[in-house]
Design a protein around this ligand. Structure first.
Ligand code: NAP
Length: 248
């Protein structure tokens, strides 16, 4: 018997990168998975196809998680398809470093709206359906530990997520709902390829500074999320678990 059998998971931003890796891993561990996406329908369908080809169950659901009406429809579609919700992974996020004098209102709103407002909206809409034993996992970042220069907005969003994780662990703990964060180090994803980080000095610096001698892959983060989602983590809440190969 797989450790997430009978559980239903929603992963936001699961068409690509870390979210897609988490969706695949939770399905492999027995969960039925709602693969959320905003724009990349083809990629989301291909994650669903991988899961169903392997004998699992998944659906792809479009919703811009910054918009409350779309979030409400996303949660409704999860309940309509699978009848319950046990695991919520708030993963959708964006990152753009900028010097403070170039940190515009637009950059602030793009990152705070997706990285902070959206997890609050999705969690708020999901909570009425979460029962004793449910698990919420927020994807934060190791930037809240290493505080890289020129990351004030992005690190600000993830610092907020670390704080929100602690607050909600207290608020939802009495209802048997656990809330944790995973703080990845640099991970090779569609996003880090698209923004040029993969070929950059920042990647080389990360490799040099990481005790385990490499940057991360999506599977490195998905396995931590799967643990936090399962009942073996039943005494773990309010934690921010750094997955960075030892870099801090
Ligand atoms: P990515 O490859 O760029 O993928 C981002 C995902 O978010 C895509 O599936 C995208 O879907 C979705 N998304 C974007 N806007 C959305 C919206 N408004 N509503 C719903 N979904 C939306 O990103 P990643 O590198 O995997 O990062 C994922 C998370 O990990 C983020 O929270 C990031 O901050 C965090 N993180 C990443 C790293 C890293 O090194 N990669 C390190 C630490 C933390 P569409 O294409 O369909 O819009």
């Amino acid at each position: 018997m797989s450790r997430l059998n009978e559980k239903v998971a929603l992963v936001t931003g699961a068409s690509k990168g870390i979210g897609a890796g988490i969706a695949r891993r939770l399905a492999r561990d027995g969960a039925k998975v709602v693969v959320n996406y905003a724009a990349s329908a083809r990629e989301a369908q291909s994650v669903v196809a991988e899961i169903t080809d392997a004998g699992g169950r998944a659906i792809a659901t479009r919703a811009d998680v910054r918009i409350k009406a779309e979030v409400d429809a996303l949660i409704a579609s999860a309940i309509a398809e699978f009848g319950r919700l046990d695991i919520l992974v708030n993963n959708a996020g964006r990152y753009q470093f900028a010097k403070v004098e170039e940190s515009t209102e637009a950059l602030y709103r793009q990152q705070f709206d997706l990285n902070v407002l959206a997890p609050l909206l999705v969690t708020g809409a999901a909570v009425p359906f979460l029962k004793q034993g449910a698990s919420i996992i927020n994807i934060s970042s190791f930037v809240t530990r290493i505080l890289p220069s020129e990351s004030a907005i992005y690190s600000g969003t993830k610092g907020a997520i670390d704080a929100i994780t602690g607050v909600l662990s207290r608020e939802l703990g009495p209802r048997g709902i656990r809330v944790n964060a995973v703080n990845p180090g640099l991970i090779e994803t569609d996003g880090t390829h698209a923004n040029g980080v993969m070929g950059s000095d920042f990647r080389a610096w990360n490799e040099q500074q990481t005790p385990l001698g490499r940057i991360g892959q999506v599977e490195d983060i998905a396995s931590i999320v799967s643990f936090l989602a399962c009942d073996d983590a039943g005494w773990v809440t309010g934690e921010c678990i750094v997955g960075s190969g030892g870099m801090r």
